[in-house]
Design a protein around this ligand. Structure first.
Ligand SMILES: NC(=O)c1ccc[n+]([C@@H]2O[C@H](COP(=O)([O-])OP(=O)(O)OC[C@H]3O[C@@H](n4cnc5c(N)ncnc54)[C@H](OP(=O)(O)O)[C@@H]3O)[C@@H](O)[C@H]2O)c1
Length: 316
């Protein structure tokens, strides 16, 4: 008789929305134990209930702000106390702020870096002792194409995601003595999730996912593949490679074009702009969800072109 593997223990930060939600749903369908981490409890409970319905061996909610080391320690301890081990850990929690450095309030700027960069550091600090003791399991960091390039009005996010790449390499260097522990990395481009409408906004337009927009489920598949085989991670989509090539090989052309192209493809010039911190400083869990309502990026580009034409006619 063939022995069946026991269900895996999968811990995901940012599990109450977008890519993190897609991840725990996929793990649930596999029959894994899922541990869901984010700040807002109600949204986590909603997704946990769905995971149970999808076939999860169990679904545990552990509220934590990933930028708070003690809260991350407690969430990891909860998972280990319940299951006795960790198989796949994914750092997925993330937030965005739009605006020039001088216009984004310092506490908002700092919290973007604390969430996106110090969050995975805190996670690594508490899961590594477990993974190293097991000499097995994987930690996957969700980065971004924006961790490889520069774009207008996103300094905090750019810096944080470049830092995530540094962290990945450092983790690999520091843990070479545990060959059973794997470190994965996935860099999405535009994904249809609520993160754009949840962003802090201090510029003159709201953000939207750039063309070509993919689904959170597709990114989740890549993350789970990278957990088992780190070489299956990396950039998601050929567009990321083209943009990286332009940034690296043609810096003068890139720096000249990125402003107008970003405005056209990665901003919504029609939507009203309301300045504020979005979900950066505190959860706005009522706005979390699997999808963000941006299914067709080309329609968005078309609407932006019409709006730019109108502005030109008005002379503004
Ligand atoms: N969507 C894209 O186009 C895209 C592209 C490239 C990379 N990414 C990356 O993919 C990851 C997931 O993004 P997404 O688009 O799925 O975003 P999302 O739908 O807005 O989900 C973000 C998740 O992170 C949680 N979160 C935010 N701040 C937190 C904190 N301080 N502590 C703990 N949890 C926190 C949120 O819940 P609470 O607010 O309740 O805590 C939510 O569960 C992020 O790292 C993002 O940078 C996204």
């Amino acid at each position: 008789m063939r022995a069946t593997n026991p269900p895996r223990v999968v811990l995901v930060t940012g599990a109450s929305s977008g890519i993190g939600e897609a991840l725990v749903r996929k793990a649930a369908v596999r029959g894994d134990h899922v541990v869901l981490v984010a700040r807002g409890r109600e949204a986590l409970e909603r997704v946990a209930e769905e995971c149970r319905g999808l076939g999860a061996a169990s679904a545990t909610v552990a509220t934590a702000d990933v930028s708070d080391d003690e809260q991350v320690a407690a969430a990891v301890a909860t998972a280990v106390a319940r299951h006795g081990r960790l198989d796949t850990v994914v750092s997925c929690a993330g937030v965005v702020a739009y605006g020039q450095i001088a216009d984004v309030p310092a506490e908002v700027f700092d919290q973007v870096v604390a969430t996106n960069l110090l969050g995975p550091v805190n996670l690594a600090r508490h899961v590594l002792p477990v993974l190293r003791e097991q000499d097995a399991g994987s930690l996957v960091l969700v980065g971004s194409i924006i961790g490889h390039i520069g774009v207008p009005d996103m300094a905090a996010y750019v810096i944080s995601k470049w830092g995530v790449r540094g962290l990945l390499r450092q983790l690999r260097v520091d843990n070479r003595d545990r060959p059973g522990v794997r470190f994965g990395y996935v860099a999405p481009g535009g994904v249809d999730t609520p993160i754009y409408r949840q962003a802090a906004t201090y510029g003159d337009a709201v953000g939207r996912p750039p063309f070509p927009v993919t689904t959170p489920e597709r990114i989740a598949d890549r993350v789970l593949a990278a957990a088992d085989h780190p070489w299956r991670g990396g950039q998601v989509g050929i567009a990321n490679e083209v943009i990286r090539f332009g940034f690296t090989a043609l810096p003068l052309v890139y720096d000249r074009l990125v402003g107008p192209l970003f405005k056209l493809a990665a901003q919504d010039l029609v939507a009203p702009v309301v300045h504020g911190p979005g979900n950066v400083l505190a959860s706005r869990q009522e706005h979390n969800g699997l999808r963000g309502g941006h299914p067709n990026a080309l329609l968005g580009v078309g609407a932006n072109l019409v709006e730019l034409g109108r502005r030109r006619l008005r002379g503004s």
